[in-house]
Design a binder for this molecule. Structure first.
Ligand SMILES: *[C@@H]1O[C@H](CO)[C@@H](O)[C@H](O)[C@H]1NC(C)=O
Ligand SMILES: *[C@@H]1O[C@H](CO)[C@@H](O)[C@H](O)[C@H]1NC(C)=O
Ligand SMILES: *[C@@H]1O[C@H](CO)[C@@H](O)[C@H](O)[C@H]1NC(C)=O
Ligand SMILES: *[C@@H]1O[C@H](CO)[C@@H](O)[C@H](O)[C@H]1NC(C)=O
Ligand SMILES: *[C@@H]1O[C@H](CO)[C@@H](O)[C@H](O)[C@H]1NC(C)=O
Length: 316
C-alpha cells in the first residue's frame, strides 16, 4: 500500500520536475520590499537578471539604496506617505517627492497611508480619517496637480477598511476638497475566494477605479495550500483588467516571516522558494521553507529523491 502510493506520487511528480515549468510572466508584478539588514545579500535576489518585477515600494518616501543603480524605467520606485506627520504644517513627503522629480527621477505614482485602520503593532498607521484627509490635501493634492497618480489610503482587507475609506472621502469633502484617488490599493490575507470577493466589493464600491493589490498572501497555511493560493491569485490578477498592479507578501526568509513560513518567497537559507521563483518568472526550485533558521533535512527533498529512485525503477 505504502509502495504503490509512493509510485503513484513519483509518476505525478515527474512531468513538473523534469519539464521545469516556469510561471507565466506579467508586467503588473512588483515588489513590497522588506529590506534585510541581517542578510543583505537577500535584497539583490529580486532584481537579478531575468526577474519579472517592474516596480517596487518600500513603505517610505525615498528609494532603497540597494536599487540606486536601477532606472525608473527598469524598476519603478513608488514612494509612500506611510502616516500623518505629527506637525500639521509638515510637507516633508511632498517636498521629498518634488525633489526626486526635479533631480530627474520619474515619479509617476505615489501610495498613501499604510493600513490607517490597523494597529501599529501589525504595521498599520492607525490614524483618524479626518487627520488623513487634512494631510492628503496638504501633501498629496499638490502632487496630483503635477500629474502624479495617487493611490487611495491602503486600508486593511477588513470590513472596517470600507468604513474608514468612506469617512476619509467625506472628511475631504467637508474640508472643501475632493480627494480623488487614481487607484485603490488592496491588502488581503486569506484564501483565494476571499480575495476575489474582496476585489469585487471594492470594484462595486468604487466603480471604474483601477486597483493595485499591494499586499496579499494566504497566511499561516500548508505549503500546498499556499502554492495553490499563489497560482490562482496570480492567474486571476493577471486576467482582471481592473487590476493594474500587484505585489505579493513577502520578500523575506521563511524563518522571519510574520505571515507563516509557507507564504515566504525565500527559504530559511535565503534561497528562492517555489513561490518566490514563480513570482520572478522562473521555475520551481524545490526549496522547502521552514520556520526554523537551523538547517535540518528537508522532508520534501528526501521525498523527491525517493520519488526519483522509484521513478528510475518505474522507467526501467
Ligand atoms: C546594480 O547593482 C547590483 C549589485 O550592487 C548588481 O547586481 C546589478 O547588476 C546592478 N544593476 C545595474 C543595472 O547596473
Ligand atoms: C515616466 O513614467 C511613466 C509611467 O511609467 C511613463 O508613462 C512616462 O513616459 C515616463 N516619463 C519619462 C519622461 O520617462
Ligand atoms: C467634488 O466632486 C463632486 C462630484 O463630481 C462635485 O459635484 C463637486 O463640485 C466637487 N467639489 C469640489 C470642491 O471640487
Ligand atoms: C464605468 O464605465 C462604464 C463603461 O465605460 C460606464 O458605462 C459607467 O457609466 C461607468 N460608471 C461610473 C460610475 O463612472
Ligand atoms: C503552480 O504553478 C506552477 C507553474 O505553472 C506549477 O508547476 C505548479 O504545479 C502549480 N502548483 C499548484 C499547487 O497549482
Amino acid at each position: 500500500m505504502y509502495l504503490s502510493t509512493t509510485l503513484l506520487a513519483a509518476a505525478t511528480l515527474l512531468p513538473s520536475t523534469l519539464a521545469q515549468a516556469t510561471f507565466q510572466r506579467s508586467s503588473k508584478r512588483g515588489l513590497v520590499f522588506i529590506s534585510s539588514t541581517k542578510t543583505p545579500q537577500d535584497n539583490e535576489v529580486w532584481v537579478e537578471s531575468g526577474s519579472d518585477l517592474t516596480w517596487y515600494y518600500n513603505y517610505a518616501a525615498t528609494p532603497s539604496t540597494t536599487y540606486n543603480n536601477l532606472s525608473q524605467s527598469d524598476f519603478e520606485f513608488v514612494p509612500m506617505l506611510f502616516t500623518a506627520p505629527s506637525s500639521t504644517s509638515d510637507t516633508s513627503f511632498l517636498d521629498g517627492v518634488k525633489q526626486l522629480i526635479s533631480g530627474g527621477t520619474n515619479i509617476s505614482h505615489v501610495l498613501t497611508f499604510n493600513e490607517p485602520d490597523g494597529t501599529t503593532s501589525t504595521g498599520g498607521s492607525n490614524i483618524d480619517p479626518t487627520l488623513a484627509a487634512t494631510t492628503w490635501i496638504r501633501e498629496v493634492e499638490p502632487l496630483r496637480k503635477l500629474g502624479v497618480k495617487t493611490g487611495a489610503p491602503a486600508v486593511t482587507g477588513s470590513q472596517g477598511g470600507f468604513t474608514w475609506l468612506s469617512s476619509f472621502f467625506s472628511a475631504c469633502a467637508s474640508q472643501g476638497t475632493n480627494c480623488t484617488a487614481d487607484f485603490i490599493p488592496i491588502h488581503w490575507y486569506g484564501n483565494f475566494e476571499g480575495l476575489a470577493s474582496h476585489i469585487g466589493q471594492v470594484s462595486g464600491t468604487y466603480p471604474n477605479t483601477s486597483i493595485w493589490v499591494t499586499e496579499f498572501a494566504l497566511n499561516d497555511a500548508s505549503l500546498s495550500d499556499s502554492q495553490s493560493f499563489f497560482n490562482s491569485s496570480a492567474e486571476y490578477l493577471d486576467r482582471l483588467t481592473s487590476v493594474d498592479r500587484y505585489s505579493y507578501f513577502g520578500s523575506f526568509r521563511s524563518s522571519v516571516s510574520n505571515v507563516g513560513p509557507n507564504a515566504a518567497m525565500l527559504d530559511q537559507k535565503g534561497r528562492l522558494t517555489d513561490i518566490g521563483s514563480w513570482y520572478l518568472g522562473g521555475a520551481a526550485t524545490n526549496n522547502v521553507p521552514s520556520s526554523s533558521s537551523a538547517s535540518k533535512p528537508a522532508f520534501s527533498s528526501m521525498w523527491t529523491a525517493t520519488a526519483f529512485v522509484f521513478a528510475a525503477i518505474w522507467i526501467c
